[in-house]
Design a protein around this ligand. Structure first.
Ligand code: URA
Length: 203
């Protein structure tokens, strides 16, 4: 799996060819802390930000600090987690003060979903957890009817077991750990509670 996954990350830019118009930073970003294990828990955020594009790894900025606290609190070994994004590249826009992050648009999330199908096919994770609205939107656009309908009928914080690709797959969705969400005591408590439950699937 390791060679196929690294090759996929090196060549993932090819998916950008179908996109036009919007600004995208095509720096390669992937989870360099993943241990290439067979029963990974895949966490899917939105898109890389400035720090992520610079460092080449997801969730290393402010949202990443919150995610690291959640991971540490639940006791799941970091190498068991594969952190990915609904869109694998940083999306940008111009503002008065320079360039800033932009939420990936519908077309980008559709392309992002194609990238995720390929990534999931290589990794064959034991569990997929969507972190927030962009990841949820990407899965509503995914060209895989089984995954699409399974995620569509899933409630927030429900963990469901489905049969996918001739194996069992657990699926779930929770909040995105952005500072905006994490600074709200109610959402933060829900995130901590949800992450604790991941421990059960990490053995
Ligand atoms: N937020 C995300 O959703 N993904 C990242 O990689 C960083 C911040």
């Amino acid at each position: 799996m390791k060679a196929a996954l690294l090759d996929f990350y090196e060549n993932r830019k090819r998916y950008l060819e179908g996109l036009d118009g919007e600004l995208i930073d095509d720096s390669i970003v992937y989870d360099r802390a993943f241990g290439f294990c067979e029963d990974a828990i895949m966490l899917i955020g939105e898109a890389p930000g400035e720090s992520e594009a610079r460092e080449g790894r997801p969730f290393c900025g402010p949202a990443g600090k919150n995610l690291a606290k959640l991971v540490e609190s639940c006791g799941v070994k970091r190498e068991r987690l594969l952190i990915s994004n609904a869109f694998a590249f940083r999306t940008l826009e111009y503002s008065k003060s320079g360039v800033k992050n932009r939420t990936p648009n519908t077309q980008e999330l559709k392309i992002g979903a194609k990238m995720l199908i390929e990534e999931i096919g290589i990794v064959k994770p034991k569990m997929i957890v969507l972190l927030g609205g962009s990841a949820e939107k990407a899965f509503l656009k995914i060209e895989d009817d089984l995954l699409k309908s399974a995620f569509r009928s899933l409630q927030k914080h429900e963990i469901k077991e489905i049969s996918y690709d001739n194996r069992s797959l657990f699926i779930a969705k929770t909040h995105h750990p952005s500072p905006l969400v994490f600074n709200r005591a109610d959402k933060r408590a829900e995130l901590y509670e949800f992450f604790l439950r991941l421990n059960e699937y990490a053995n």
